[in-house]
Structures are given as C-alpha cells and as structure tokens.
Design a protein around this ligand. Structure first.
Ligand code: B3K
Ligand code: ZN
Length: 880
C-alpha cells in the first residue's frame, strides 16, 4: 500500500506563473541507449505575478540532470536543487537565459509519456504533463513559448526527423549522423511539443487555403502501411475546407504533418503542425478497415486538425479548463461528421455514447463537472464528461444562439484570445458578448456535476382545447456536491395529432399558427407550459434531437411509443421511441417471473422496419439494434447482469424467430446493393445485412450459417468480412467459429490493426470470451503487454463489452481484471487507470456482484507502489 498520498490540485488555488519563457531552443541527440536533451530558455519574471522574489521552479520527471547554466555560467551545486519532481534555482535575475542538459532513456519508457520508442522509431506524447519527462521546464499550459528544435540522429536508421513548425535547416554530421532544425513561430505550451525520428515513408499532397496559400500535407508511416493513407489524407483536406467554410478558420503554417505510431496511449494528439496518431485511428483500406473505423478515422483526423484553432491558437489556462478545447473540438468534429454523412445517425451515435457511458460516469464515484474543481492526476480527467458532455454544453449554446450568433461568438472568441491561454468562462463570455444573451445561469453546466433528470407530466382539457405540460428538473448529488441549483436547459419538443400530423404550438389563446417545434427554456425547478387550440389529446415528442444531455421521464404508454416510432418527424425521437419500447419489454421480462409473453407489438414494429424499404435505411439500421446490455445496466437500480443478459437474449431470440423470413429477405436485398462504396446509404445496407446475419445466427439458422460462411469468403471489404466473423463468433456454431477464426488470423496476422479486431471480436463475445479463453488470448503470440491497443482489445473489450462474461457471481472476472491492472500499473499507469474503470461502479450492481467488485478494488489498493493514476481512481471508488 502506498504511504505518501498524492496531492490534490485545486482550481481555486490557481496562480499565474512567476516566470514566463519567450523562446526555447532544443537540441536532441538521439542514440540507441538514450538521448541527450539540451534546452536553452529565454526566461523573464512575469509582470503579473505577485510572487516577487520567487525561486525559479521547473518541472521534471525521470530525468538525469547533467548541467545547469545561467547566462553562460555553469551553476554551482548549491545554487539549485533537485527536489523530487522539481528543479529549483534559488536566485535568478529579472531576465536571463537558462541552459539545462538532461539525459533520458526513451528505449525504456513504457509509460508512453514524453519521448519513447515505438516499433523502432522515436516519438513523443506530451499532453498533459509529458514534456517534463524530456527536460526541466515550467510544464503548464499558460507558459507559451516559441520553440526551435534541432533533432540529431543516425541517418541510416532515422532518415526522417520531424518536429513542430517549418523546417529551417538540415545537414550532415560526423559518424553517419544528420540533423534537421524546425521552427514553430506560434508561441505554444509545452504539451503541444512533438518530435518524431524514424525510417518512414512519406506521402505527399497539397491544400490551397481560402486565401490562396499552398500548404504541404505529409503523412509519415512505416513502409508496410503505405497503402493505408489515402482515406486519412482525404479526410484531412475535407476538414481543412470545412473549417474555412463553417468557422472561417484558415491553416497557419506552411506544412501539416500526420504520423502513425503503433504504441500510443490514446487516439491521437494535436501537436502543432505535427499530429501523431495511434495507427488504428488513421490507417485504413477497404480490405482492412470497417465502416466504423473509417468513420472514426474521419472524425479523429478532423478533431485533431480542428484543434489547431480550438486548442492550439487559443489554448487552456490550466488543466481545469480542458473542456475549453476538448468539448468545443468534439462539438466541431460532430458537426463535421454530420455534414459528411447522416446527421440523424451521428446524433443517435453520440447520444448513445452519452447515455450509456457518460451518464454512468456522472452517476459514479469519479463524477466531476465539465470544469472540475480538483484533481490528483490530470490524465484521469480525459473523460467522457470533459469530452462528450463538454461538447453537449457547447451544442446547447449553439442551439440557444442559433447558427449566425454562434458563429459571431466563435469569431469573437478566436479573435479576442488568439495566442492566449484562457478559461471556459472566457469562451462563454465571448458567446454572450457576441449575442447579447445572458448565459450566467447556463454557466452552471460547467460547475455542477451529475445528469439532470427532467420529469414531465401532462393534462389535457377537451373543453378548452388546452394541453398542459408540467416539467420539473432535479440534479442528483455527486461526490462533494449536493443541493444543486436548477440549470438552464433547452428543451425541444413537438406535438402530434392522432394521425401523426405535427400540430402548431400556440403558447397563448390568441396565437393561431405557432411553429411545429419549439425550444422551451427551462430555468426553474418547475415549469408549466400550456398549448392552446388542440381539439384532441396530442402525443408529445420530447427532447427532440436530444437537445440537452438530460434524462427524460414521462409515463409513455407502449401505444404512444409505437406511434412515435412510425410517425415522429424527428428521426432521433423515432429511434428513441423504439429504444424505450425495447427497454420496456426487456425490463418487464426481468420483472415477471417464469415465461412471460413478449409483447407482439414489438415484433410487429420490427416487422414493419424490416419490410418498409421506403424508410431511410440508415435510420432503420440503427432502429433495429436493441439497446445494449451496458445501457440496460445504466438504467437499472441494482443491476443483475446475468438477468439482463438473459432477458435481452430472449427478446432477440423471439424477434429473430418470429421475423426469420423478413430477415432472410432483408439480407438478400441488402446484399444486392452493388459495388463497395463508403456512402451513408451503402454503410446502412452493410449494417442491415450484418444485423440480419447476426440475428439469424443467434437462432442457429442453417441458411444463415450458409450466408455467413459465403459472406466471409467472398467479402470485398472488412465490414462484411468482420460482420460474418462476428456473427459466427457470437453463435453456437462452435466448429465453424473456430475454423473461421483460425482462417482470419492466418490471413491477417501481419496487420496489427486487424489482429486487434480479431482479439476484440472474441473478447467481447459471451460465447467466445469466457475467462479461460481470455487468458488464452493473453498467451497468444500476437498479444503484447507493451502495446495499449492489444491490452484494450483483449482486457478492455472483455471487461467493458462482454458483460455476461465478466460479471460472474464468483467474482473471477473482477479478480482477473484487478490482477491485470496491478501488472500494468508498473509499466503504463495511464492504461491501468483506464482499464480499472468497470470496477469503479460497484455500487451500481446487485450486492452479490458489487461486493466482489469492491473486493477486487481493495486488492488493487493494497498493491505496493501504486501509481498516482490508479491510486486516485481506487481511492475515490472506495470512498463512502
Ligand atoms: N488532446 C489529446 C488527448 C491527450 C490525452 C493525454 N492523456 C487528444 C485529443 O483530444 O485530441
Ligand atoms: Zn481533443
């Protein structure tokens, strides 16, 4: 057990930096047994700091200090001090040049923070606090400097040497070595620093900006990946154009580079001019990537590119402001993806993630506001709340202001704060100033954690023709926060008549032709809204397009849900009505003892979805997917996973058996859709086909088996090949499953991204992913403990997606996870802290499970030398 507890950092203790750095000159000498880093900083006292004679404090982690020189004189040993994670220089003048030389060992860096090696190349990850693993530096985002970086390495092994900005000089050195010097004219925080050195192939393209400047676009990948770059390059160009057109943002440097690396803790990183990507989030080809991967790649390429303005040109003052860049940038990439594909489908996907995982986070022990007030380890705060809820908060501002004023607000924000490190409050203020709207109550979205619950009831008076909605909001207590104030919630709604026609929303008796949709603004704990001139009781369509990240409670009847499923003009709410109906059917099966009947109306609703080809097939493809087990857990009080799993499987079996003919027809129809394309419609057909296949195999249909084997063999793309494999893996056809799995591995064993899919298809399956099988996967020759993608694709998929395999009454799944977390904590704490998250919600589960989960957490807590990352998560999860 650890003895010295890590410190908590508080937002309200923020102080401006005592010293500023204007320029940094870096020189990296890269060798096989380590790297020497020479840093020369131009430093001055911050005129805004009240700490008059403060010593100079620089952050450092795992560094070997070789020398410190101030204004050309080497400092004597008593002039400075290395204090754990700091270098303190006791007395410094008002302005000076400081030179620091450190020795680091990238080849032994398994944390993948700072400078490290991945498949033979050097690369970096500095956000949030990785730069301090490279050299001593004021590693905080409000210290912004102009960086010049010289990289030196062996020329044969590392022909490509990259850093931020534009290349300004290159040349040969003795001993077969060479160098390249890069200069980034835009002042930036150290977290945006990047360096890459390796033997990489270069893919070239260009982009002409709106003002006519020609930008060199470059992708650098290992030679074996050179055929997998086109899609990302195209997505990059579309992102650049889109940001000009929609936000008026032009790219600023002369070159923009993307590098793919295999070992990476997260998806990608927006380093200025040199984005570094996890290979799985950038490399793709028709044969090796699924539709979901293509869409993810497009979104991440856009996201990192958009950060050039929302994050880099305007950055965060401190890490409490993380959502300033992440929430805004996720909102921007969601708008982009909606424009590139189907807006309704994109909204459904985002809302699904939010309702399944972010709501769970917001109701658990790690719940925190979009702008947290404290943290121990900032790496733990790259959360769904910061990213996804943060994006919803920006979306609500967009909805309240409308397109035009929102754009005025974002223009003002970028113009006012260009080159600055600012706060979420500055963002909201720019929106207020540009629009004239008062967002003071709205700011509570940044300060209060927890998902608001909006409870709706209604009354209709036939005589007066008045329909009244009573709307209450409440926000649950979260760790450290109770008694919350009502928030400003934009609540979009419509009313339908009995034939499904939209009704005018007249808010006064005199109004005649009110709009068919309104956004009500909820600001009090309780409101009543009256709608006039209605000759019949209407059916309400609530929270259209998921206009706020809240839970809506309304006593829908199944009749109303069926009606909305087929009539609501709001595509999102059509889907949502179907989900609510399916949830209701599954939940009532769980409540009823014995063999309760399954409502035949659910079957009929799915039958019409399958039969009616005039419907938007992209929406149908989404509507056919039953609510996930994870979502059903989230909705439960004391979740009993095996019971949830069994009830959901029963509904699936019943639907598939009753709709067998329709499924076969749907399968055949969607197969006849022509050549491979990456359009929303083609994607929808592949999704329909693979859902039909999965359902048929679920009921062990032999014709379905023939379809699956044939599709597996003949597919010209990975979506269909993997779809067939997944259907087989989740079926009872054990022999075919094993044979196909072996064949798939043989075909793709040299492609790490595909091998990762192969791992996760098994680990996420309750058929192929029971604990002994998971343990066998960890022994597989392709498994690699040092590679985060492999760890996620087996252990992450097992604990996060294979709920029935993971949640066993004997606690074996939990104990297994705890052991793996302990093992990983020594090599890569960030990954360990993420992996443990399924255990943190132990209070959510029925006691026989929850207690075992708690015991597994306690086991982790008792480990020696726990990292700060895992310590914080375990401590908070076990708190009362
Ligand atoms: N900003 C990075 C995330 C860094 C995570 C550090 N632990 C990627 C992104 O959100 O674009
Ligand atoms: Zn981001």
């Amino acid at each position: 057990m650890r003895t010295n507890q890590p410190q908590t950092i508080y937002l309200n203790e923020y102080q401006v930096p005592a010293y500023l750095v204007d320029h940094v000159d870096l020189r990296f000498e890269l060798f096989e047994d380590g790297a020497r880093v020479h840093s020369t900083m131009t430093v001055r006292k911050n005129p805004e700091s009240s700490q008059a004679d403060a010593p100079l404090e620089l952050n450092g982690d795992s560094l070997k200090l070789e020398s410190v020189t101030l204004d050309g004189s080497q400092l004597a040993g008593d002039a400075y001090e290395e204090q754990g994670d700091k270098l303190v220089v006791h007395t410094v003048p008002a302005q000076f040049e400081l030179n620091v030389v450190t020795w680091i060992e990238p080849q032994n860096n398994t944390r993948l923070e700072g400078l490290y090696k991945s498949s033979g190349m050097f690369c970096t990850q500095c956000e949030a606090e990785g730069f301090r693993c490279i050299t001593y530096y004021p590693d905080r985002p409000d210290v912004m400097a102009v960086f010049r970086t010289r990289v030196e390495a062996d020329k044969a092994d590392y022909p490509i040497l990259l850093s931020n900005g534009n290349p300004i000089e290159q040349g040969e050195l003795e001993g077969g070595r060479h160098f390249v010097t890069w200069e980034d004219p835009f002042p930036k925080p150290a977290y945006l620093f990047a360096l890459v050195a390796g033997d990489l192939v270069e893919k070239k393209d260009t982009f002409t900006t709106c003002s006519g400047r020609s930008i060199d676009l470059r992708m650098y990948v290992e030679p074996r990946n050179s055929a997998k770059c086109d899609f990302a390059m195209d997505a990059l160009k579309r992102s650049m154009r889109w940001d000009e057109e929609v936000y008026g943002r032009e790219y600023d440097l002369d070159i923009f580079m993307i590098v793919a690396v295999d070992d990476f803790n997260m998806g990608a990183m927006e380093n200025k001019g040199l984005n570094i990507f996890n290979s799985s989030c950038v490399l793709a080809s028709q044969e090796t990537a699924t539709d979901a991967s293509f869409q993810r790649i497009e979104a991440i390429v856009a996201h990192e590119y958009f950060h050039n303005w929302s994050g880099n040109r305007v950055t965060c003052r401190d890490w409490f402001q993380l959502s300033l860049k992440e929430g805004f940038t996720v909102f921007r990439d969601a708008q982009f993806s909606a424009d590139m594909g189907s807006p309704t489908v994109k909204r459904i996907e985002d809302a699904t993630l939010l309702r399944t995982a972010q709501f769970a986070e917001d109701a658990g022990p790690m719940a925190h506001p979009v702008r947290p007030a404290s943290y121990m380890e900032i790496s733990n705060f790259y959360t769904l709340t910061i990213y996804e809820k943060g994006a919803e908060v920006v979306r609500m501002i967009h909805n309240l202001l409308g397109d035009e004023l929102f754009r005025k607000g974002s223009d003002l924000y970028f113009e006012r704060h260009d080159g600055q490190a600012v706060t979420t409050d500055d963002f909201v203020r720019a929106m207020e100033d540009a629009s004239g709207r008062d967002l003071s109550q709205f700011r509570l979205w940044y300060e209060q954690a927890g998902t608001p619950v909006v409870t709706v009831s209604d009354e209709y008076d036939k005589q007066s023709g008045v329909y009244r909605l009573n709307i209450r909001q409440s926000i649950p207590d979260t760790p450290g926060q109770s008694g919350k104030k009502p928030q400003h919630i934009p609540f979009a709604l419509g009313l339908l008549d009995q034939t499904g026609q939209p009704l005018p929303l007249n808010l006064t008796a005199d109004e005649q032709n009110g709009p068919e949709e309104r956004v009500l603004e909820l600001t009090d704990a309780e409101h009543s809204f009256e709608f006039y001139g209605l000759s019949d009781r209407p059916v309400p369509s609530l929270l259209r397009n998921f206009s706020a990240p809240v839970r809506v409670q309304y006593p829908w009847t199944r009749e109303q849900l069926l009606f909305l499923m087929s009539h609501d003009p709001d595509g999102f709410n059509r889907w949502d009505a179907g989900q609510r109906l399916a949830v209701d059917v599954i939940q009532s099966l769980m409540e009823a003892s014995g063999d309760a009947e399954i409502d035949s109306r659910l079957v009929e609703a799915y039958r019409s979805l399958l039969n009616d080809t005039s419907l938007d097939q992209a929406l149908v493809a989404k509507m056919l997917l039953l609510p996930s087990e994870a979502y059903l857990v989230e909705l439960a009080d004391q979740a009993d996973v095996p019971a949830i799993h069994e009830a959901r499987e029963r509904v699936l079996t019943h639907l598939a058996t009753s709709l067998r003919e329709e499924l076969v027809a749907c399968y055949r129809r969607s197969l006849a859709q022509g050549d491979y394309q990456l359009t929303p419609d083609a994607i929808a057909h592949r999704s329909l086909r693979n859902t039909a296949l999965a359902w048929l195999l679920h009921i062990k249909d032999v014709e379905g088996l023939a379809f699956a084997l044939d599709q597996y063999q003949t597919a010209d793309n990975m979506t269909d090949r993997l779809g067939a494999l997944r259907a087989l893996v989740n079926s009872d056809f054990v022999d075919e499953r094993e044979k196909t799995l072996a064949d798939f591995y043989d075909q793709f064993r040299d492609d790490p991204q595909v091998v990762e899919m192969w791992f996760s298809v098994q680990a996420a399956s309750h058929q192929a992913g029971q604990l002994p099988q998971i343990k066998a996967l960890l022994q597989h020759s392709a498994f690699d403990w040092k590679n985060p993608n492999k760890v996620r694709s087996v252990i992450g998929a097992f604990a996060g997606q294979n709920l029935a395999g993971f949640h066993k009454a004997d606690g074996s799944g939990y104990q297994f996870l705890a052991d793996q977390v302990c093992r990983l904590d020594d090599s890569n704490p960030q990954i360990a802290a993420r992996l443990i998250s399924p255990l943190t919600r132990w209070k959510k589960y029925a006691p026989q499970y929850g207690q075992q989960m708690k015991a597994a957490l306690e086991h982790v807590r008792n480990k020696n030398e726990l990292s700060r990352d895992v310590y914080e998560v375990v401590l908070k999860s076990l708190a009362d």
